[in-house]
Design a protein around this ligand. Structure first.
Ligand code: PLP
Length: 380
């Protein structure tokens, strides 16, 4: 199977990721920080090392400002539900994933209000103005995706973050599609919260993610429970990461995420991105030449996009096109990609789109195979 569904999760995973998960399960993944025995201590050390690696990669001041989570969705929920209170207003973009839209929909039932700022693919300055104009006296948070998982369009997060900083408003970023591909770090950008999955551009395992915080903000908790610390207290500890990491952490997954980050830094994030953009551009150029294919964005470039492409074939429903491609050995994602609002923006609310996204492991021959298969289904 030619796998081009890397925007959902990257596949395959690097060898080191597979090896460390196997070793963690077979050799030493005891419960970290829960007992004085040797294996628990080793697990605790390994967990701390993973925290250090993630902190360095995302420019956190201290490892304790990295919270490991079961995925980007959880990280986003922690930020939105941890910070927003009745009466608060939040600004998001009109390209957000349901990981942002649904928690906010719920919070709106408790008195939070939301404004969606328009993202303009061709005009980042206009996007910035839309964010700036959406801000009100009660705006408590600006939160947006770094790049749309439907269109690949990149938001000017540095500029939005600087604007927020000048007005004293915290800013959070959904880095689901950008972590490991675009520059995303607290030490280079005025962003306050970065939410990432471990299993996409960081090449770790499913069910992993992180929230990286600029400082120890007074987060309300969404989940309370055992932390292996301050056990005699009924209240959740105030200190991080314990405040937001209740229960036994997914150590094999966290170590896989560490190995994935090391894979990205070892290869060089820029080198991986260059490779992916070249393949995405090759796919775009090829798709553009196939009669009946509709493309919805400009040719992906590092300045404007992440390397993914939405398209449709003739009058086919996107799910049908996805199924026909699967029958021809090509794995892509079709439908709404959990981001219906973005489909409304590009005019595909009635049918969704097919999405292709290469990874560090993709080859030009994969794109050739995709184009061959799209040519076939466009004729039938
Ligand atoms: N945000 C965006 C833009 C995404 O593309 C995704 C996953 O597809 C998510 C959030 C959710 O990530 P996770 O599945 O790791 O929770």
């Amino acid at each position: 199977m030619v796998y081009l569904d890397n925007a959902a999760t990257t596949l395959p995973k690097p060898r080191a990721v597979v090896d460390v998960m196997r070793r963690a399960v077979t050799e030493f993944a005891a419960n970290p920080g829960r007992g004085g025995h040797e294996l628990s201590r080793r697990s605790g050390d390994a967990l701390y090392c993973a925290r250090q690696t993630a902190a360095e990669f995302f420019g956190a001041q201290i490892p304790e400002n990295v919270i490991f989570t079961p995925g980007c969705t959880y990280s986003i929920n922690y930020v939105l539900k941890g910070l927003l209170r009745p009466g608060d207003h939040v600004v998001i973009s009109d390209l957000e994933h349901n990981a942002v839209v649904r928690p906010l929909h719920k919070l709106c039932q408790y008195g939070v209000s939301v404004t969606r700022a328009h993202v303009c693919e061709d005009d980042p300055e206009l996007t910035l103005r839309c964010f700036s104009q959406a801000i009100r006296r009660t705006t408590r948070l600006v939160f947006c995706t770094h790049a749309s998982n439907v269109t690949g369009v990149r938001l000017p997060i540095e500029e939005i973050a600087a604007m927020c900083a000048s007005r004293g408003i915290p800013m959070g970023v959904d880095g689901a599609q950008s972590a490991g591909v675009l520059p995303l770090a607290l030490d280079g950008q005025a962003v306050d919260y970065i939410c990432v999955p471990g299993h996409k551009g960081l090449y770790g395992a499913a069910g992993t993610g992180a929230l990286i915080m600029r400082d120890s903000s007074p987060f309300g908790t969404v989940i309370e429970g055992g932390t292996g610390s301050a056990s005699s207290l009924r209240d959740q500890p105030e200190d991080y990461p314990d405040r937001l990491e209740s229960g036994t952490v997914n150590l094999p997954g966290i170590l896989a995420m560490k190995a994935g980050i090391e894979f990205v830094t070892g290869k060089g994030r820029e080198n991986i991105a260059r490779h992916e953009y070249a393949l995405a551009q090759m796919a775009y150029d090829g798709l553009q030449k196939i009669k009946g294919v509709t493309l919805y964005t400009r040719r992906p470039t590092p300045d404007g996009h992440v390397p993914l492409i939405p398209f449709n074939v003739g009058d086919l429903a996107s799910e049908d096109a996805g199924r026909m491609l699967s029958e021809r050995g090509i794995a892509v994602r079709a439908g709404y990609h959990c981001a219906y609002d973005a489909h409304v923006c590009i005019g595909t609310a009635g049918r969704g789109a097919v999405r292709v996204c290469p990874s560090a492991f993709s080859h030009p021959s994969d794109i050739d195979a995709l184009l061959r298969a799209v040519r076939q289904i466009s004729i039938n």
